[in-house]
Design a protein around this ligand. Structure first.
Ligand code: UDP
Ligand code: MG
Length: 327
């Protein structure tokens, strides 16, 4: 049984002015009931992380903090750093002042009512509680298809992730301390957290539709995210290239034997189509292989530079100390 009870929610927000008021209202009600039932302490806070929004998101966060400093805090990042970095920025900022942190999207797609079960599981001794969606009824066919394909493809490619779990999860302060030691620039939190270990469990919830506004993850970003996930967690694609190269070598030896046989048989004028086809085929394979290797080289380049993953411009919080320019 964990006795420490300070919960910090980390909510990344990028151009979320349309949903923030509603999210804040619902979280405030949830906090009131959790505090009343003594599941969390009165020092618990909701931290909205403004990820370089171009709309009024930061103004709204400041207003929320001014009106309810005992519930809402805010982090303003120096610029847009992307969802994963915004989540990490929040977690790293609160890791020393909380006993547990829950990360949740701002758009109310993650079920706020699952928070109770998450906190209860934490009190039962779990250090990580994954929010796993039980149904995808509210998604469009396209989103469902691509998202499920994503998890299956990730698994085939050797990056082990919790099926149907996105970034709605609880982590204890202990786990956050360990997460701080993972210095990689190419962030893929849902692959990293299982690597940390500790006792964990799942909480199931139904994912709702976005409350308002548009998805900030168009297909292009989703594909980039999948490629990032695979190349950050597995070198299987590199091994596939080796296998492919091996198979091609065997095939080419067979082809060589075949040409010799045809030559001896005296029918050597044939061959134009097979030559052209193999040139295109091998050329394509080589480019693909180079592209995959390039993907990894690019990763190494980004890691070697060790640039900060996010820059906190401001942290407004009435319990912790206010920080500036902390990595
Ligand atoms: N988000 C962010 N930075 C970005 C893009 C998105 O902080 O560059 C936040 C966004 O405000 C939301 C969460 O990440 O709280 C998930 O984004 P979204 O709901 O658009 O993705 P989807 O649910 O459609 O996959
Ligand atoms: Mg969403």
């Amino acid at each position: 049984m964990n006795t420490k009870k300070t919960l910090y929610m980390v909510v990344p927000c990028y151009n979320e002015e349309e949903v923030l008021h509603e999210t804040a209202k619902r979280l405030k009600e949830k906090y009131a009931s959790l505090i009343e039932r003594e599941l969390i302490s009165a020092e618990s806070r909701v931290v909205f992380v403004n990820d370089g929004s171009k709309d009024k998101t930061w103004d709204i966060i400041q207003e929320l903090h001014a009106a309810n400093p005992e519930t809402f805090s805010g982090i303003n990042l120096a610029r847009n750093s992307g969802h994963q970095n915004a989540v990490l920025a929040g977690l790293m900022t609160v890791k020393d002042i909380c006993s547990m942190a829950i990360t949740m999207d701002a758009d109310l797609q993650d079920d706020i009512n699952a928070i109770d079960a998450m906190v209860e599981k934490y009190h039962e001794g779990n250090q990580v509680v994954y929010g796993v969606r039980s149904a995808r009824d509210t998604d469009t066919f396209f989103k469902k298809f691509t998202a499920e394909g994503f998890y299956k493809f990730m698994k085939v490619m050797g990056a082990d992730v919790v099926y149907n779990h996105a970034d709605f999860r609880l982590m204890s302060a202990r786990v956050l301390q360990e997460l701080a030691n993972y210095k990689e620039v190419n962030l893929f939190l849902r692959g990293m957290v299982p690597l940390i270990g500790f006792q964990s469990c799942n909480v199931y919830y139904e994912r709702a539709e976005r409350f308002a506004g548009e998805s900030k993850y168009p297909l292009k970003k989703m594909l980039a995210f999948a490629i990032n996930g695979i190349t950050s967690f597995s070198t299987k694609p590199l091994k596939l290239i080796t296998t492919m190269g091996f198979i091609m070598s065997v095939v080419s030896i067979l082809a060589m034997l075949w040409t010799i046989v045809v030559k001896i048989a005296g029918a050597s004028e044939l061959g134009w189509s097979s030559t052209v086809c193999s040139i295109w085929f091998i050329g394509g394979l080589q480019l693909l292989a180079l592209g995959i290797i390039g993907e990894y080289v690019g990763k190494i380049y980004a890691e070697v530079k060790q640039r900060p993953r996010f820059i906190v411009a401001e942290f407004i919080n009435n319990t912790g100390k206010n920080t500036e320019d902390k990595q």
